[in-house]
Ligand binder design. Structure first.
Ligand code: BGC
Length: 766
């Protein structure tokens, strides 16, 4: 692996507020359990906006969701990922002067993310107003080895002075979540979610135990500060309690050329995972301090070494894009929950956009990546869905259904959190998405035990929900009043995507039923939910008769029954600054037009390609491309995949670039609120499913490789049925190598091959 492809570095002299906030996201540290935004340790002057945040995955509070007109069954409370105690804060005093980027002179300023070693760093050379020069290097890590642990190694080198040096290291309990009343994608109002209940100092460690206002959860943060001067302990540390916060004051002295280093350890423990979070934090602190910082760095590196072994994607001929793609894959590892109590939020653990909620993004955009590279993580994400299956059953009842389960559109702990149901709860396709993801996981792993223990039950319950939602009419099974993925078209009859995913869900309910009988594993599910063959026959009938709208004239699949009757949006007279449209037009105005926020039918054609002939898929792509704004970050990657499939490789390449750079270049102008994890997974798919043409089918593993003319080649690795396979595409050849495991049958452009060691195909002949 070439190291430079895993290092993202910028010179960062700008004190522009927008850029600072963007970098808080781009350089955040997370490990799936905790996430810390890259705020400046020393803070910002008054008047600067910042989202200063530390988060614990799955740790939420409940607050009232005010519905001006309370209709039956509408969500009345929401869950919010809580900003927990701030332990990033460190003030540096050199004599009587305090370090600030906004005073004195910045001689050098860099930010770096090292994805091979798993840390970020800030390197600043600063001249104080009185002329003291110091080099400050701040290295931060959220440990993959110990998920509760966040470290800051803060080193100061005196370049031209001798004197006193003081660190004031904060542990601040009175924190708020970020809010912006003008942006529907973040919380609209400020709310106190968490308050410190206990502040304790033990063995030079400060502990703050805080309680959420309504969800009844506690989190304890423990902070230890250690000072060293060229390796030796050197200084005094006094911890002071203040109202709702604590402060460690660490004093020492420094000589020219000398380096003084403060290492700040923070551990987090919450009552979702620990019975007693204070005892949990104490245990975690003990564990953290039992290793040296260098040993912790070594473990971080070892973890990432094995991560990249399966996950690294190389684009030969474009190092910038390679870096961007791997940046995205690194962020997925940083964001993904590692236990059944949590999942992967739309913004990961990098910010508060969408309040930390989990969406269909997980199943349709992110799971495909983990299924192929880290099947254990994929399984754990699906186990979370199993854990909230009872809530989904309740949700179905609330919405009037007599049977089945309906997953919430957005949630943390299982209850529906979408206030605006037309583009929230009405997106019933989430049921089909979860069923699709379970099926894909099965196709890639053949893990029938998971289907028997958890996945099958989900598939049957989601299938039941379709039967209860739709009905047979004139020989067709129809599903009315739902919303598909495209949120600019809401509450429609027979959304093509929804109907196609319901069909697939029902088909697989049937398949799994008979498979489980064959494997003698069905009985416990029958005992639990009483699924019977008569019901399975009904599923089969509905799947066979599922209505998939088709327009004879245009020879496309209309997005829904009334879509083509609407007026096409006037794109020519829409000023650039009016995008994204959702921030400038009333929803009803959008709903009256043919205009798509994101891939909808085009996405259905990607995942259910065997439902339609190629001509329909092509015509549809061309039709929808003209009316899709890609205002959602979930769109460009899908258009890239479909452009690849249709042979429009130049277009695929352009969409791919848009998707790869979305957060690093802040192209949607909201990355300050957090990364876009769905796009990151979609970006991976755009290479592997798009250019690589990979498909997981019942018959086997399919490829259809294409290469953009701008590249010399690309390569990726996948795990299929336990075998590790490397795929290398160059201008001349496509090479499949079996790295580990049993031989596999694969298909390349529908031609079967047996992959024993390696297969080399001539590119022009595949
Ligand atoms: C998209 C949804 C997505 C959500 C969270 C919205 O803008 O339209 O499809 O689930 O963002 O990423």
């Amino acid at each position: 692996m070439r190291e430079e492809l895993l290092v993202y570095e910028i010179n960062d002299f700008s004190l522009n507020n927008d850029e600072l906030m963007l970098n808080e996201t781009v350089f955040h540290n997370a490990n799936g359990y905790i996430g810390i935004r890259a705020n400046l340790e020393e803070g910002y002057p008054n008047g600067y906006d910042t989202i200063r945040g530390s988060y614990v995955n799955g740790f939420y509070n409940i607050s009232e969701m005010k519905q001006a007109e309370r209709l039956y069954g509408m969500a009345e409370e929401k869950q919010t990922m809580v900003n927990v105690a701030d332990t990033q804060s460190i003030l540096l005093q050199l004599g009587e002067e305090t370090f600030s980027m906004f005073q004195g002179t910045i001689l050098e300023s860099k930010r770096l993310l090292d994805m091979e070693r798993g840390f970020t760093s800030r390197v600043v050379k600063w001249r104080s107003p009185k002329g003291k020069e110091a080099e400050i290097i701040i290295k931060r890590m959220t440990s993959f080895y110990q998920l509760s642990l966040f470290t800051i190694e803060y080193s100061v080198k005196a370049l031209n002075f001798n004197g006193d040096i003081r660190f004031i290291s904060g542990h601040i309990g009175n924190v708020l979540n970020y809010s912006n009343p003008n942006d529907p994608r973040v919380a609209g109002e400020s709310f106190v979610h968490i308050l410190p209940e206990k502040m304790e100092i033990e063995n030079q460690t400060s502990y703050i135990t805080s309680r959420t206002s309504k969800s009844g959860l506690y989190v304890c943060t423990g902070v230890t500060n250690l000072l060293s001067k060229e390796g030796a302990n050197a200084g005094t540390c006094t911890i002071k309690k203040e109202e709702n916060s604590m402060e460690a004051v660490i004093d020492s002295s420094i000589q020219i050329g000398e380096t003084v280093t403060l290492t700040k350890y923070t551990v987090f423990a919450d009552t979702i995972r620990y019975d007693d979070c204070k005892a949990g934090a104490e245990g975690e602190m003990k564990k953290a301090l039992s290793l040296s910082l260098n040993e912790l760095y070594d473990r971080q590196k070892a973890f990432l070494n094995s991560y990249w072994k399966n996950s690294f994607v190389r684009i030969d001929g474009d190092d910038g894009l390679s870096l961007a793609v791997n940046y995205n894959l690194y962020q997925l590892m940083q964001s993904v929950g590692k236990d059944e109590h949590c999942n992967i939020a739309a913004k990961g653990l990098s910010g508060e956009g969408y309040e930390g909620h989990y969406f269909w993004d997980t199943e349709m955009y992110i799971l495909p990546y983990f299924i192929l590279t880290n099947p254990d993580i994929a399984r754990s994400l699906l186990e979370y869905r199993y854990k909230i299956l009872d809530s989904a059953r309740e949700n179905a009842k609330l919405l009037g259904h007599k049977k089945g389960a309906l997953y919430p559109w957005r949630t943390i702990m299982g209850k529906e959190c979408s206030g605006y149901f037309p583009s929230g709860s009405a997106q019933y396709h989430i049921n089909g998405d979860i069923a699709y993801a379970i099926t894909s996981y099965y196709l890639a792993t053949k893990d029938i035990d998971f289907i028997a223990e958890k996945g099958g039950e989900i598939i049957f319950e989601t299938a039941r929900l379709w039967m209860d939602t739709g009905y047979f009419y004139k020989g067709r099974f129809r599903i009315n009043e739902v919303t598909g993925p495209d949120e600019y078209t809401c509450m429609v009859n027979n959304n093509y995507y929804t109907n196609a995913s319901a069909k697939y869900n029902l088909q697989w309910a049937v398949q799994f039923y008979y498979l489980l009988i064959k494997e003698k594993k069905l009985a416990p599910i029958v005992d639990k939910i009483g699924i019977r063959e008569e019901e399975i026959k009904e599923f089969e009938k509905a799947a066979d008769q599922m209505y998939l709208p088709y327009d004879e004239e245009l020879k496309i699949n209309p997005q829904d029954d009334s879509f083509l009757e609407k007026k096409v949006w006037d794109f020519d007279h829409t000023p650039k600054e009016n995008y994204p449209l959702l921030l400038h037009y009333h929803p009803m105005y959008l709903y009256r037009h043919q205009v798509c926020k994101q891939a909808d039918t085009v996405l259905a054609h990607f995942i259910f390609e065997d439902f339609q002939p190629m001509d329909t898929i092509r015509n549809s792509y061309e039709y929808y491309e003209k009316i899709t704004t890609h205002d959602s970050s979930l769109s460009a990657c899908i258009f890239s995949i479909m452009a690849s499939k249709l042979g429009y490789v130049d277009k695929a390449y352009d969409y791919f670039g848009d998707s790869a750079m979305l957060d690093l270049y802040n192209t949607h102008q909201n990355s300050k609120d957090g990364i876009h994890t769905a796009n990151m997974g979609g970006n991976y798919m755009a290479i592997v499913y798009g250019f690589g043409g990979l498909r997981l089918k019942e018959k086997g593993l399919y490829f259809a490789p294409k290469l953009p003319k701008e590249w010399k080649g690309y390569e990726f690795k996948i795990i299929y049925e336990g075998s590790h396979i490397e795929v290398k595409v160059t201008k001349e050849n496509v090479i499949f190598t079996l790295l580990k495991g049993e031989a596999k049958n694969i298909y390349v452009n529908d031609k079967p091959y047996e992959l024993k060691d390696s297969i080399v195909l001539i590119m022009t002949e595949v």
